[in-house]
Each structure stands twice: as C-alpha cells, then as structure tokens.
Design a protein around this ligand. Structure first.
Ligand code: PEP
Length: 259
C-alpha cells in the first residue's frame, strides 16, 4: 500500500490583495515548524493577481509551501478575454491548480466537460490538478450523493491515464458544507472519500487508487481537522475561510499534534 503524504491546501478565493497575500504567506512560514512542513505538504492558492508576488516571496525566502492557482482555461493562448492559460501559471512556478470548484460550477456554469478539459490541460503543463467534486444538499437528501460524485470523477478524469491519476489530487467537498460552518461528520466524509477511491480503483486500477490523494473540504477548522485527517481515505484538506488567517491555517496543518 502506497504511503500518501497529506496535502493541506488553502483556497483564498477572492480575498487578499498582493500586499496582504505576501504578509499572509510570510506569517504562515513563521508559525509553521519545519516538522509540520516535513510531515505535511502545504499549498496556498491566492487570486491570480497575487501569484507573482507570492512566488517571489516563496522562492526568495525558500519557504516549503507550494504555489497554487484556483482555476485556469484549457487553452494555452487565444481570444479568451479574461482567462488565464495553464502555461502562464506554470511559468510562475505554480505547481497545483484547483479545477472544478463548486463555486466555478455553480456561479460560472462550468460543466463536467469543461472540468475534464482543464484537468488535461493542467496535466499537460506539468502541474497537479486538484479536482473538486461534491453533492448538493438536495442530492444528499435524495440519496444521490454517491452517484453524483462518482459521475463527477468519471467525467472529470475521462481519458486521463492511470499513471497521471496516481499523481493528482481529488477534493471531496460537499457543497452544503462549503462556507456554511457545517462540516461533514468524519464518518460521512470517510464514506464518500472511500467511494471516490473505489471509483478510481475500478476504472484506473490499484496503483492509481492507492496513490491518488483525496482531500476533504467544507468548513474545516482546527477543531475538526484531527478527526477528519484520521480517516483512512482522507489524505488532506482543502480549506477556504480558515486558510485566510495564518494562525488558524497553521493549527489545521498541525492537526497531528492534537490527540
Ligand atoms: C473551499 O473553498 O473549497 C472550502 C472548503 O471553503 P470553506 O473551508 O470556507 O468551507
């Protein structure tokens, strides 16, 4: 069975201008211990306008935090006003890109096909996609959560090779838990993340299933992180609101220290 190093990612959404982003990443680097960064991979996903500044701080201060983006287009250039290309992100040493976040799907009309194109484009630019999936409250209450999420995985990763699936990240984020303060119970989160891994196993095989990292996302806080992270199929967290405060985010990253 493959060892999966936990990955905790901060999705800053449309928060922090580039000055605030520099301060946040510097403060995070002061409050995190070298043990934290050895035990856990950490990524931050600032808005596009902050990327160059955060890249400069991370590289000049040699901070062991990966630079991530929140979205990208699937083409590398062209007449796509307002969009950002994967190659442009890769040039800034962005190594991870969130793809198919529920806010992109719900507010900006991203379809499963768009998400699949983006996953492939991120991989083609040698970056790691964090593919988001998750059900609405209506879908959960109607008993359709597993089918919805399985469908998002199969379509989001359609045509992606098993060797590539091994290296990517899936974030299971129930939509009813995002930004609402309602975290899924560790048992419910485990059940869904286990189902994601089984889906990967049945379509892409054992190696991909054992290596793919699966994050839970949805109102993760320092107090809820330890029990979530103890679940066998949860390999990390995608954190929105609580990642904006470096102290709070660092306490999530240090989840191992809470017994
Ligand atoms: C997210 O943005 O992916 C997220 C999980 O947000 P929050 O932690 O605020 O619920």
């Amino acid at each position: 069975m493959a060892e999966r190093k936990p990955l905790i990612s901060g999705n800053w959404k449309m928060h922090h201008n580039h000055f605030e982003a520099i301060q946040a990443v510097q403060k995070l680097s002061y409050v995190l211990s070298s043990h934290d960064l050895e035990a856990v991979d950490v990524s931050v996903h600032p808005p596009f306008t902050d990327l160059r500044s955060v890249q400069t701080v991370i590289e000049s201060d040699e901070i062991a935090i990966a630079l991530g983006a929140q979205n990208c287009h699937w083409e590398n250039n062209g007449a796509y006003t307002g969009e950002v290309a994967p190659a442009m992100l890769a040039k800034l040493n962005v190594s991870m890109v969130i793809v198919g976040h529920s806010e992109r799907r719900e507010l900006f009309g991203e379809t499963d096909e768009d998400v699949n194109r983006k996953v492939k484009a991120v991989l083609a630019a040698d970056m790691t996609p964090i593919l988001c999936c998750g059900e609405t409250l209506d879908e959960r209450e109607a008993g359709g959560a597993a089918a919805r999420v399985e469908g998002q995985i199969r379509s989001g990763l359609a045509g992606v090779k098993a060797g590539q699936v091994s290296g990517l990240v899936v974030a299971y984020e129930p939509i009813w838990a995002i930004g609402t303060g309602k975290t899924a119970t560790p048992e419910d989160a485990q059940e869904m993340c286990g189902m994601v891994r089984s889906t990967v196993r049945s379509k892409w095989g054992d190696e991909a299933a054992d290596k793919v990292r699966i994050q839970y996302g949805g109102s993760v806080k320092p107090v809820t992180a330890p029990d979530l992270m103890r679940q066998p199929d949860i390999d990390g967290a995608l954190v929105g609101g609580a990642s904006l405060d470096p102290d709070e985010f660092a306490r999530i990253i240090a989840y191992r220290l809470v017994s």
